[in-house]
Write a protein that binds this ligand. Sequence first.
Ligand SMILES: [Zn+2]
Length: 145
Amino acid sequence: LKPDKITIHCSDSPDGRDVPASEIERWHIARGFRAIGYHAVIQPSGKIEYGRKLNEIGAHVKGHNTNNLGICLVGRRKFTHKQFEALRMFLDNIFTSEPQIPQWAMFCHHEFDPGKTCPNMEIKRILRWYWTGDTSAIDIYLLAS
Ligand SMILES: [Zn+2]
């Protein structure tokens, strides 16, 4: 399996509070998954935790898991500056190590499932922030510190 896209999620847990990937894994196992469904979890503290291997199928977008990396930002509506900086580092590393992923192939969960709002952000803002470095694009998602 070679990932060809990235999907961003949130954990739907209180903003600004780390939730260990091991706890998210417990939620997913309770829902019947064999392990955490995401490939990576990015905490408000800026810590990055890894879940499934990059060459392993995830369980994070119903009907669209094949070759789709799942990244979970811990929180619900607002995310920290450290979290966005960790996301940037993570994406830089992914686009280097997985050059087959087109650099536009980033999505938000709700784009695949209009019944959901996850991760409560718009991909066009994330793309503008990531590709141009324009931090004002994500200002509305930043947790006041
Ligand atoms: Zn989601």
